[in-house]
Each structure stands twice: as C-alpha cells, then as structure tokens.
Design a protein. Structure first.
Length: 464
C-alpha cells in the first residue's frame, strides 16, 4: 500500500515574468530537435515556435544583410528571422529571437551582435534577443532556470535518439516515407508528452521514457530490409550545417539515395563538450575548487544519468553504434589536436572521426560552412587520421549555397568506401535487427526459407 501517492504538479511562469506574453522563435537547426526544444518553453507556459522552414527567401534576405565575412549559418539564421518580420502577423513588442552565444575561438560569439545590428538597421531594434551563454546558462528564465536547463537536456537527448532511429531505419525501409512518418509522429507525441509533463524530475523522466518506447515501437514496426552490405558513413562537422538539411543540400538523404546509411554526430555531444570545456577553463584559471566548478560537475553528472535512463530501452536497437563519452572523443583527438591547447568543434570532429573508424564506419564526411575555421583545420588533419586508421576515406563538403555537382562528389566518395570495405581493420558490430547471415533458427527457416537471409527481398523486420 502506498502511504504517499504522487500527485503531478505543473508550474508556469508568472504574469510578471519577462517572457510572459512573448513569443519565442527558435532557429530551426535540426528537424525534430527544434520542435521538441520549443515544447520545453511551452511546458513553462511560454509561447514558442521553430522558425519556419528555410527557403530561397531565407537566402535572399541573408545575402542582402550580410557583407560576405559572416559564416553561412549566421546568414541562414538572420534570413529566417527576417522572414518572420515580413509576416503579416509579426508583433515586434511580443517577438523574442533565441540566439545562443559563447566565448571561443571562432565567429559564433559574433552572431548576437551581428543580428542585433541588422535588426537596428531595419528599424526593429526593439525586438528582444534571448541569448543563453555557456557559463550564464538560462539566467533569463529566472526561478525556472534549473528545471528549464534539465528539461532542455532531456528534450535534446531524446531528439538525438529519435534522429538516430530515423537514420538507422530510413535507408532500409521497403515502403518509401515510412521512417519519416514514424519520426514525425514520434516528435509530435514527444512534444505533447513533455508539454504536459510533471515538474517532479522522476515523474517527468518516466513519461519521457514511455514516449520514447512508443517511438521505438513505431520504428520497429516499419517493414525494412536490413543489409550488411550497406556502407556506413560517419557524419561530422560544424553543428548547424551538419544538422540543417537546407544548409547542406540534404546531404544525408543524398547519401541514402546512393545506398548508404549515415551515423550522424548529435547535438548532445556538443553540449557535453562545452561542459567539459567549462571544467577545463576553471582548472586553467585557478578555479578548480570553486562553486562554479562544483555546479559544472554536478550538471554533467545529472545529464549523464538522464541520458543513461533515456537510452535504456534502446540497448538492442543501438547495439554496436553506441555514442561515446566526451572524454573518449577528446582522448581520440589528442594525438592530432593536443589537449588542452586546442579547442572547438574541430576537436569533436577529429575525435568522432577516429571513433567512427574504430566502430566499423566505411567512410566519413565532414559537413562545414565555407570558410569555417573548424572545417579547415579538420581538413588539414584528416589525411593523417585516415592513414592511422587503415585508409578510411574522409571527405570535406563545404557549403555556402553555391555547391556544384554534389552528387558526383558523393558518388566518388562512396566508390572509395566500397574499396575500403574490402581491407578495413575495424569491423562493424551490427544491431540485432540486421540479418545474421545463415544462422536462422530452424523453426523460422522451415516456415520461411528466406527469413533474414542476406540478399532476400523480404523485409527482415517490421513485417513477419
Ligand atoms: S564553427 Fe565555423 S561556421 Fe560556425 S561560427 Fe565558427 S567559424 Fe563560423
């Protein structure tokens, strides 16, 4: 008998909160992640939406208000914000544009001043910019800062899981569009679950895990023909360009259309890296024993525990393609970019490329904006990394909306992956839904001689 019955509680911002009555627009960096992130704001009673899908007008506006020195993601982001301003229902007194910022070695820290200047120039200097910072976090959220940050982590980690399910299913689906549909339904379901979830951390976690289990069932139900001959391509590079299919001309889908499966570096990997960087800064600046260091350590600890809990239902599905801890990536990058001297996305791209190679990837692509410092440094290191890992093909793709003959370059890259497969040193460990070759249980082999047989045209999962 339960002496204390749990009662779900909801808390929302008070009418005098700075974000009460506002509408937050969030740059649509990654499909699924942005919708789920918006639902965290709505959980607290704050109206929030992703920016509408990028299109030719995005580029037009981005080009109009940039000088050419800005990074491509800055152009896309400003173009999307300006499209919202063009909308008939735009209300500058209510609008809030979300644009995170950071200190660091590259131009990301300039995005907020750049966007503010553009807004001033066009007469919309009154539009508020919500700008969370690595160290300050979401202090603008006031008393809800801590629950907001924790729910955001859970939201982004779950979106990463859904994207992983999508990418590992879509290349093998036998009914075109089935995996995309399952992804969209799962994102919707997850948003609704999060928005109505309890303020108690354990209770919320249970509800989110249940939503992920429902997503798992949707994906497991998709008729798919898994094939061990499909090359696996690791995808690294600059976070926005890599995840934003508009910026990268849908490179992942193109790779899939040429018969590849992609393993994409996810968003939470970058957040874990920035946490690690914060710890490094505390040490380098003599603050190893400080309240900030304690906060940082505690946050990382809690985030790892949450991630572990969210991943429990996926042990089987993600077997062989588990994501590494950030320390492992930094260790793998250190021979090329000595720690703690080097920092930034290049460290993560190099470390993850080595990790992909060690986990049986057949090739790697690095997606970066044109002139991106991280992409350029990584490109200089890849030949040595490839040599160290048995000649794995690694190819940089730079984007600035003028990419030419992408398909030809991808085809060449895939040709190289096919030759690398014949000699590769590190073999892939396949998740259990891949056919096991000729080890078919007798009762299934008798019922269906083609069950799970490589080369069979029957689905190997989803439809029995
Ligand atoms: S990572 Fe590259 S694209 Fe992104 S802000 Fe830095 S320099 Fe620009």
């Amino acid at each position: 008998m339960h002496l204390f019955r749990h009662r779900c509680v909801r808390h929302q911002i008070a009418p005098n909160h700075p974000l009460a009555g506002k509408v937050v627009y969030i740059p649509a960096m990654a499909e699924g992640s942005v919708e789920i992130f918006a639902s965290v704001f709505r959980w607290l009673g704050i109206e929030a939406y992703p920016t509408p899908p990028s299109d030719a007008r995005t580029r037009e506006l981005g080009n109009k208000y940039t000088s050419g020195d800005e990074c491509y993601p800055a152009k896309i982001t400003v173009g999307d914000f300006l499209k919202i301003i063009e909308g008939r229902s735009f209300d500058s007194a209510r609008a809030v544009f979300l644009m995170p910022t950071a200190d660091g070695p590259c131009r990301f820290g300039q995005y907020v001043p750049f966007i503010s200047r553009v807004l001033q120039d066009i007469g919309y200097g009154d539009v508020q910019i919500l700008s969370p910072h690595g160290e300050r976090g979401y202090s603008d959220m006031g008393e809800f800062g801590v629950p907001f940050v924790r729910a955001t982590w859970r939201a982004l980690a779950s979106a990463d899981i859904l994207r992983k399910l999508l990418l590992q299913t879509r290349p093998y689906e036998t009914v075109s569009g089935a995996a995309d549909l399952a992804f969209q339904e799962s994102v919707r379901d997850f948003c609704q679950t999060l928005e109505s979830s309890c303020f108690d951390y354990d209770c919320q976690l249970k509800a989110l895990v249940a939503a992920l289990v429902r997503a798992r069932s949707r994906f497991r139900g998709i008729a798919a023909r898994y094939d061990r001959e499909t090359p696996l391509i690791g995808v690294v590079g600059e976070i926005f360009c890599r995840l934003n299919s508009f910026s990268n001309d849908d490179l992942v889908r193109r790779l899939e259309s040429f018969g590849a499966e992609c393993w994409m570096s996810d968003i939470t990997e970058w957040i874990a890296y920035t946490n690690q960087e914060e710890v490094r800064d505390f040490r380098l600046t003599g603050r190893a024993f400080s309240p900030g260091m304690l906060r940082s350590k505690l946050r990382s600890h809690i985030q790892r525990a949450d991630m572990k809990a969210l991943l429990v239902p996926f042990r089987e599905d993600f077997g062989g393609c588990e994501e590494p801890e950030i320390e492992e990536l930094i260790d793998l990058a250190t021979p090329y970019l000595p720690y703690p001297g080097a920092e930034g996305e290049m460290v993560v791209s190099i470390g993850k490329s080595a990790y992909f190679a060690k986990h049986g990837a057949d090739g790697i692509v690095d997606i970066s904006p044109f002139t991106c410092m991280n992409g350029i440094v990584s490109e200089a290191i890849y030949p040595k990394l490839s040599q160290d890992y048995g000649g794995i093909p690694i190819r940089n793709f730079y984007f600035d909306s003028t990419q030419s003959d992408l398909d030809r370059d991808l085809e060449i890259h895939l040709e190289l992956t096919h030759s690398y497969r014949q000699k590769k040193r590190y073999q892939r460990h396949y998740p259990s839904h891949f056919p096991t070759g000729y080890c078919v249980p007798l009762h299934l082999a008798e019922a269906d001689p083609n069950h799970n047989k490589p080369g069979s045209d029957k689905p190997t999962r989803g439809v029995r």
